[in-house]
Design a protein around this ligand. Structure first.
Ligand SMILES: Nc1ncnc2c1ncn2[C@@H]1O[C@H](COP(=O)(O)OP(=O)(O)OP(=O)(O)O)[C@@H](O)[C@H]1O
Length: 600
């Protein structure tokens, strides 16, 4: 499997995320409102402190007195009540914002992961051959988790900074327009710096995400090939390969860290200038009696409240940038077009007779020379066809086309006279049972694995299918019979046992078209004979394609097609092909040990 990184684009990620999260809009607005209110109440304490100083210094002439509370003690009680109320409300909105954002993060990551997974499943098989499964896994896991992390905390932080800037600026211009500009002066510089910083950081984080995809791809590949690594004692070699990709990942992160760590200290230096200016100039005005002491106190606290959170802007932008790099990767995946169109014509499996026609098909895998050229093959409904030929001659390719895993470049493939590209894809695949060369079992019991895809099957039906596939005997000997867990990918079973389970699975599906692709390659002669018997039984009333290297498997077929380099070299029944004395006859003699004729 190639390990190309998933292509990422730089479209506006936040917009893409919001348009994706349309269904959550109401909650997003509620969360934003809660964040804004929480911040507003959070900014009130400096005002309360200012008001308290004002009461103590000015007594009956204080601002609160102007509201009608003239007695000094009553003013303090009034302040205490206001403080309680404001802190209470701050707590309520803090809870609300945390609850809303964190739940939103959970909902969005859940839906995004499901959508991304569903979309990946619908992509054509060729896509999976181009991408590494570890890379895809890192999008489904890591990238979506980055997004969750940002929504958990980063979104609230960004809104807090913006709210603080707005509320404090307004307060400044009302209270002391003369000093306000000093506190505000650093803000444009900080914002300009932040945008510049973001621009520089974005590609570095995109690179980090790409590297993590490659690393995961390599890790997943190695873990699935662990037996090969051990048997070839290539542990050191593989460790070095992982070290290489892991170092690249670390290097990509270092390049991002160099920038992202510098941001907060730089911002702090700009901020401190604004803070000192307010402190000194405001103090001067208060000493001159031009600024009330209470207002001066509020200004100093507010300047601190306004400017210090900006130092955290670095962290927030960091979180934001990481999340946006991830968002782009997830969104690109969701927008990857599905290249195999679903046809509209429905097909009831029960009504399929099973005639298959490869009509003048030309096909080559992407970026490869054509393997099939003007290929013609007509299989009558109900026939059993053996397909044999040298390795790489195109046998499995025929199946890939019939299942529409790939589309032919020209020609028509039809089932019962209907072009399969016009058929509903699910209906087409439901009509075909495939026992593939690579058996895949799922983590679960024997019974689960036989019933996979035929979920409404009863225990009796499952057992009947197992009997037909000559699997019941070995199943009976397993510790828990049909309820024995088979392990991940069926690792606790032998190759032949796995193969027989997959045959049982296909038989249970009872499809009108049945395909065996090297189904007897991993079994001994006795089992092959047993499978042969069951084949004779199950092929009777359906179209069956049997791909085999072992010619004894196809001997009883109605006719046998011998492929050679993507074309048909010979065709006929076993007896006819033996009589023709061509490639088939020669191979038959080799396989049956009749090597006296090898010199032919
Ligand atoms: N996904 C793919 N992408 C590119 N080329 C492929 C792909 N699958 C198969 N091929 C190529 O197409 C040719 C035919 O392969 P195919 O699997 O049809 O052969 P086969 O006759 O089934 O071989 P075998 O008996 O070894 O299973 C081979 O040369 C193979 O390298």
């Amino acid at each position: 499997m190639a390990s190309n990184p998933v292509i990422t684009s730089n479209k506006r990620p936040l917009g893409r995320l919001f348009s994706y999260a349309r269904t959550q809009r109401r909650f997003i607005w509620m969360a934003i409102t809660a964040s804004v209110l929480n911040k507003i109440f959070d900014l009130a304490p400096p005002v309360l402190i200012g008001a308290a100083i004002d009461v103590v210094v000015k007594r009956e002439d204080s601002i609160i007195a102007a509201l009608g509370v003239t007695d000094v003690f009553s003013q303090l009680v009034w302040l205490a009540g206001a403080t309680l109320l404001i802190w209470g409300l701050e707590s309520v909105f803090q809870y609300a914002q945390a609850w809303l954002w964190r739940n939103l993060a959970q909902t969005i990551q859940h839906e995004l992961r499901l959508d991304a997974y569903a979309h990946i499943q619908d992509l054509e098989l060729a896509y999976f051959h181009e991408q590494s499964s570890g890379g895809l896994l890192s999008i489904l896991n890591d990238d979506i988790n980055q997004l969750e992390r940002f929504l958990d905390a980063g979104a609230d932080q960004l809104i807090s900074v913006m709210t603080t800037a707005l509320v404090v600026s307004a307060a400044f211009f009302i209270l002391a327009p003369g000093v306000a500009w000093m506190a505000m002066a650093p803000i444009p510089l900080i914002l300009w710096g932040s945008f510049k910083f973001q621009r520089l950081l974005a590609p570095r984080y995109a690179h980090v995400r790409e590297q993590v995809g490659l690393l995961n791809g390599q890790l997943a590949n190695n873990l699935s090939g662990i037996a090969t690594i051990k048997s070839f004692t290539t542990e050191d070699y593989e460790r070095a390969r992982i070290e290489h990709v892991s170092s690249d990942y670390r290097e990509a992160n270092r390049k991002a860290i160099v920038l992202s760590s510098a941001f907060s200290p730089l911002i702090r230096m700009v901020i401190v200038l604004g803070f000192i200016a307010t402190l000194v100039y405001g103090g001067h005005l208060a000493l001159e009696g031009e600024l009330p002491v209470g207002v001066y106190t509020v200004l100093v606290f507010m300047t601190q409240r306004l400017l210090w959170p900006l130092t955290r802007l670095g962290e927030t932008f960091d979180l934001y940038q990481r999340a946006m790099a991830s968002t782009n990767r997830v969104m690109d995946l969701l927008e990857t077009p599905i290249r195999i169109d679903n046809g509209e014509q429905s097909l009831e499996p029960a009504q399929v007779a099973g005639a298959v026609h490869f009509d003048n098909i030309t096909f080559g895998y992407p970026n490869r020379d054509p393997i099939l050229k003007n290929f013609d093959l007509k299989i009558p409904a109900g026939a059993t066809v053996g397909i044999v030929g040298a390795t790489g001659s195109g046998k499995t390719t025929l199946i890939n086309l019939l299942l529409r895993f790939y589309e032919p470049q020209s020609g028509k493939l039809s089932v019962d006279e209907t072009d399969i590209s016009k058929l509903d894809l699910t209906d087409l695949r439901r009509a075909i049972g495939l026992v593939s060369q690579q058996v895949f079992l799922f983590h679960g019991t024997v019974s689960d694995n036989i019933g996979y895809g035929t979920f409404d099957a009863s225990a009796e039906e499952i057992e009947r299918a197992a009997t037909l596939a000559e699997a019941d005997e070995f199943i009976a000997q397993l510790p828990q019979g049909y309820q024995t867990m088979v392990g991940e990918r069926g690792e606790t079973l032998s190759g032949g046992q796995r193969q027989r389970l997959s045959i049982a699975r296909a038989l249970l599906k009872n499809p009108p078209i049945l395909i065996f692709d090297e189904a007897t390659s991993a079994v001994d002669n006795d089992t092959e004979a047993a499978i042969q018997r069951s084949l004779n039984r199950v092929t009777r009333d359906r179209t069956t394609l049997i791909i085999a290297h072992r010619l004894s498997t196809v001997r009883n077929a109605d006719f046998i097609v011998v492929l050679d380099k993507g074309g048909i070299a010979e065709q006929g029944s076993h007896d006819e092909l033996i009589a023709a004395n061509g490639d088939y006859a020669r191979l038959w003699r080799v396989q049956t040990g009749d090597i006296g004729h090898l010199a032919d």
